[in-house]
Design a binder for this molecule. Sequence first.
Ligand code: PLP
Length: 435
Amino acid sequence: MFALLGCPARLAEDARACDDGMLRSLGIVGAQRGGRERRTPVELRELLAERMSRLGTESAFEVLARARALEAQGRSIIHLEIGEPDFDTPPHIVEAAVEALRAGDTHYTPAAGLPELRAAIAEEVSKTRGIPVDPEQVVVTPGGKPIMFFTILALAESGAEVIYPDPGFPIYESVIRFAGATPVPLPLREEFGFAFDPAELRRLVTKRTRLVIVNSPHNPTGAVVGREALEELARLAQEFDFMVLSDEIYRRIVYEGEVLSIASLPGMAERTVILDGFSKTYAMTGWRLGYGVAPRWLAEHLVRLAVNCHSCVPGFTQRAGLAALRGPQEPVERMVAEFRRRRDAVVEGLNSLPGVRCTLPAGAFYVFPNITGTGRSAETLARELLEQAGVAALAGTAFGRFGEGYLRLSFANSMENLLEAIERMRRYLLQSYGK
Ligand code: PLP
C-alpha cells in the first residue's frame, strides 16, 4: 500500500519507517501504521492520479452498450454507431495467420515490428505517398490508435499547443489533455465541405504550436482534405516549426479522386508522422494491427513508448498484415465499391427526410447529416432515435462542440438495414415533427 501511495520507502520495513506526518501530507485519512485501520472505498478512489481526470473516451462504445441493453429487452436496433467494416477479413489473410500459429509463431517479436513487415510497409508507403521511406522509420503497433497516443505523448507537454480537427476523432483531444498540452480545436465547417479553412488554421497557429493533427479521409464527416488546404498547412509547419500527425487510416476508402498525404508535399516527410493500418482497409479491426511512419529521430521514441506499453505485436498478426499488403487487393476494391453503393443510397434517403440535409462524403464510411431543421439538438435526436425509433447513431457533439447540429451514421451495415433505418427515421420524424 505504501509503495502505491508514492511513499519513497520501498520495502515493508522501510514503509513502516514512514512517519505519520508523511501519511497526512499524502492526504491519507484514517490510515495507521500496520494497516489496522483501512481506507473506505470512497477514500481509495482519492488515490487516482490527477491526470486521469484529463482523459476522455469514445462515446461510440457507450452508445453501443445502451443499444445492446435495449436489445436485451427485446427491442430491434439497427447499429449505425460503430465504425468498422461489416466485411470479413479476406480468407488469404486469415490463412497466413493460421499458418504462422501452426508454425509456432507465438513468441515475442521485435518491439518495432517484424523486419519483413516493416520493409513491406516502407515499400507501400513510399510507393503510395511518393517519398523515400526507410524500414527504420516504421513502427508496427496493435492498431493505429497507439500511434496517436505515442506521437502526442512524445511531442505534447505543458505549455505546448496542439491543433486538432473539431469535429474529429475524440481520442485526439483526450490524449492532448492527458499529455498536459493545450488542445486547440480547428473547426471543420459544412460550407468548406468539412475540410478546414486554411485562413482559420493560420489564425490558430502560434509559436507554441507543437503539433497539428490532420485526418483525411475524415471521421466523422467523410471529408477528404484538398491540396490547397494541405499546402497552407505545409507552409505553416515550416514557418512555425511544428510537426504534423497525419491520420490516414481511411486512405484506401475513397470514392472521389485521390487522397493526398501531407507527407508528399515538399519538405513535409521530415515533419510528418503518418498513421495508417489494416483495421479499415482489410476489415481487420479485431486483429489490432496498425503502424506509424515517422522521421527516424522520433520513431526511436515511439518504439520506446511501445516497449513501455505493449512490448510488441503478435508475430502471427504481423504475418497476416504481410499477406494483406503482398496479396490480392480485389477484396478491398469490392468492399469500397459496395460502400459507394450504400453511401449513395443513404445520402439520397437522408436528403428525403424532413429537417435533414446531407452532403456526399468523399471517403470513409460515415455520413454526417445536418439535422438542425428537426429543431432538436444532436444529443436529443440521437437519444430519441435510439430509444423511440431503434436506430443507433452518434450525436455530432461526440466529436467536439463543432459537431452540434449533426449526427454521424456509419454505413458499414447491409443495404437492407440501412434502408430500414432511413424508414424508421422517416416515421419517427414525421410523427414527432413540430412537437
Ligand atoms: N483514426 C481514426 C480517425 C479512426 O476513426 C480510428 C478508428 O476508429 C482509428 C484511427 C484507430 O484505428 P485502429 O482500430 O486501427 O486502432
